[in-house]
Design a protein around this ligand. Structure first.
Ligand code: MUC
Ligand code: MG
Length: 366
């Protein structure tokens, strides 16, 4: 089987309510649908979410790099030549979500060709993930109302609280209000998206010390090399690296440099192939992991779920799999359903992603 054509289709779906965090905000999903076609009639599907404030990619840059650089390099390869695919894509630096979407679409083809779900091909550990929900910036009472709503509707009891505002007092008040409202049974952790200096983060962590937070993600920028190490040495809870670890080399630097204790693995950033490598790297170094979310739509969340459920380490914690709930609509013909705080892997071969072609026609912007 040979790859014959790559399609990169821009689409825009509005959000019900914006998601706000320290490095930016999302008001509409301006993503790119990636389709990899083969000479045997199989088509692999994935999506790339542009995050200019995290990786420098835009919708236009993803279309350009796939259309002009990656498609010519990849066309003609067999979908089984995934290491060739990786090596060819890595001739270009950066562009993580464009590369990841191609990698995942190719895995989708391999699953369809073998008649097996991607989760089974990757690791086959389980068939479900507990779901964690991200609570974006708002007044504390609104953040509590959001957590209650999501808890009641979907049975979710793990929340990632966005922090990193200045001064930190509003975030501290929000975390305190969430803990009081949700009680001791809820799992809470925070994500600063690089919003604080190490000194601000240290003060905030002291003020939050009695809230039983599970861990804290990316409180200050990766370039604050000494500050992050200083913070990690004194923190009473583990510090997780997210946007500072787009590559295995970055993971090594953050973990061995003593700036982080754990890593957020995002399939939107490292695909299935790269995410598996980073997971093995973390296990080898004895570092914790969490399955993160790049503010994915349902297709991206389906990919995260397929990966997260495939391995014991990513299944241990709740995975961030609910950002799509903020979108007004989606491209998947059969929507993802979170029940009792859990998402179940599809049993279909590959990813089990069927695109609603009418919706694609409506939301595509090319
Ligand atoms: C997250 O975990 O940080 C927000 C920015 C980004 O790069 O990802 C999201 C969620
Ligand atoms: Mg993060």
């Amino acid at each position: 089987m040979k790859i014959t054509k790559i399609e990169a289709i821009p689409f825009t779906i509005p959000y019900r309510k914006p998601l706000r965090f320290a490095s930016g905000e999302v008001t509409e999903a301006e993503h790119v649908l990636v389709r990899v076609h083969t000479d045997e009639g199989l088509t692999g599907t994935a999506e790339a979410p542009p995050r200019p404030y995290t990786y420098g990619e835009t919708q236009a840059s993803i279309l350009a790099v796939i259309g002009t650089v990656f498609a010519p390099q990849v066309t003609g390869l067999s979908p089984l030549e995934r290491e060739q695919l990786r090596v060819r894509l890595d001739r270009t630096v950066g562009n993580p979500t464009a590369k990841a979407a191609l990698d995942m679409a190719v895995w989708d083809i391999v699953g369809q060709a073998t008649g097996l779900p991607v989760t089974e091909l990757l690791g086959g550990y389980g068939n479900r993930m507990r779901v964690a929900h991200m609570v974006g910036f708002a007044e504390p009472a609104e953040m509590v109302a959001e957590a209650h709503r999501v808890g009641e509707l979907y049975g979710i009891s793990t929340f990632k609280v966005k922090v990193g505002r200045r001064p930190a007092d509003l975030d501290i008040a929000a975390c305190r209000a969430l803990r009081e409202a949700l009680g001791p049974g809820a799992e809470l952790y925070i994500d600063g998206n690089r919003g604080w200096t190490a000194a601000e983060a240290a003060r905030a962590l002291r003020a939050l010390a009695d809230l039983d937070l599970q861990f804290a993600e990316e409180l200050c920028p990766a370039d604050d090399v000494l500050g992050r190490r200083w913070l990690a040495r004194q923190s009473q809870i583990p510090l997780f690296a997210d946007e500072s670890v787009p590559t295995p080399g970055d993971v090594t630097r953050e973990l061995l440099g003593g700036a982080a204790h754990g890593v957020s693995i995002k399939t939107a950033r490292t695909g299935f192939t790269g995410s598996h490598r980073i997971l093995a790297q973390c296990e080898g170094l004895g570092a914790d992991v969490v399955l993160g979310n790049q503010i994915d739509g349902q297709l991206g969340s389906l990919c995260s779920l397929a990966f997260g459920a495939a391995f014991a380490a990513t299944s241990r914690r709740a995975g961030e799999l609910s950002n799509f709930l903020d979108m007004r609509d989606d491209l998947l013909a059969e929507p993802l359903q979170i029940r009792d705080g859990v998402l179940r892997v599809r049993e279909a071969p590959g990813l089990g992603a069927v695109i609603d072609e009418d919706k694609l026609t409506y939301y595509r912007t090319d």
